[in-house]
Design a protein around this ligand. Structure first.
Ligand SMILES: [Fe+2]
Length: 293
């Protein structure tokens, strides 16, 4: 029996009674996915599964995305990314270690966006290493009517890390030329419908959105900065402090997130290791229902 409990913040919920090692059946998946769509963040507590079981669960949400930063893909598991401070490169390079320490939405630089991201906490430091999650639904609904009418129908242009490093945030490392060639600038509606629920919210205003089609660049820049500043307010943010065994899932169509910067490991309780899966597309159970309708 799955038990859902609100997280200690303005949104999100925790789920107890799920065992990814044993597998998640369709009824359980329906409960979990509806909890995600209603709460935007879902944390499965107490998991002990291996990479294969984790990937099996990830594929229930959609098609895993192989990240453009190919050096971070896990050997033998290209659909998994290793996150944290433990690789040789991340131990010596603070920017590589903290490449997600800016407000962003995973894969908003791709033509086909991610629909969910999950991080499975394997090693957790005593301090730092939180994921800050931002409720874009609440932020969008609080915009005044004039702003909502103004941005409805606008199309933003995105590029990997284009506006990272602003507002005191850390910049994400630049892509190599060959990596960048795989992710040319792409357009997405500024207010975008969710692929399952149809809810329309402001999408990915931080990190990758750098221009607005048909708008003078200066005006677009001001609008993007103004909308991001509106979103990045404490009342919309939940900081997730991981426990080992957490699988934190967020609805990438309804949130932004930012990692809390962390130092290199230097003793017990300072290592951080998480396994990431991001997926695109609609979960299989919803795709089957749509096909049958
Ligand atoms: Fe991210």
């Amino acid at each position: 029996m799955i038990r859902l409990v609100p997280l200690d913040g303005p949104f999100g919920c925790a789920a107890y009674g799920v065992d990814l090692a044993a597998g998640v059946d369709d009824d359980q998946f329906r409960t979990l996915s509806q909890a995600l769509y209603q709460n935007r963040v879902l944390v499965l507590k107490g998991q002990t599964c291996d990479k294969d079981a984790y990937l099996r669960f990830g594929r229930q949400w959609g098609v895993p995305i192989q990240h453009v930063v190919d050096t971070a893909r896990m050997p033998g598991y290209p659909d998994l990314l290793e996150i944290g401070n433990m690789s040789e490169r991340r131990r010596r390079d603070a920017l590589a270690r903290n490449s997600a320490a800016f407000w962003h939405t995973d894969q908003s630089y791709d033509a086909e966006v991610a629909t969910a991201t999950m991080l499975y906490a394997r090693k957790v430091p005593g301090q730092g290493g939180e994921t800050r999650l931002l409720d874009m639904k609440a932020a969008y609904e609080d915009l005044d009517g004039d702003t909502r009418r103004r941005i409805d129908g606008l199309v933003a242009v995105h590029f990997y890390g284009a506006t990272s490093g602003r507002d005191g945030e850390l910049p994400t490392p630049k892509l190599s030329d060959s990596q960048a060639a795989n992710v040319p600038p792409v357009p997405h509606p500024l207010v975008r419908p969710h692929s399952v629920t149809g809810e329309r919210v402001l999408y990915a205003i931080g990190g990758t959105a750098f221009d607005i089609e048909g708008m003078p660049p200066d005006e677009a820049d001001v609008l993007i900065r103004t909308l991001k500043a509106h979103c990045v307010q404490d009342k919309y943010i939940y900081d997730h402090k991981y426990e080992v065994g957490d699988v934190a899932i967020w609805d990438t169509q309804m949130t932004m997130h930012s990692a809390t910067p962390i130092g290199a490991p230097n003793g017990p309780g300072t290592e951080r290791l998480l396994w990431r899966i991001s997926v695109r597309g609609v979960p299989g159970i919803y795709a089957q229902a749509a096909a049958a309708a």
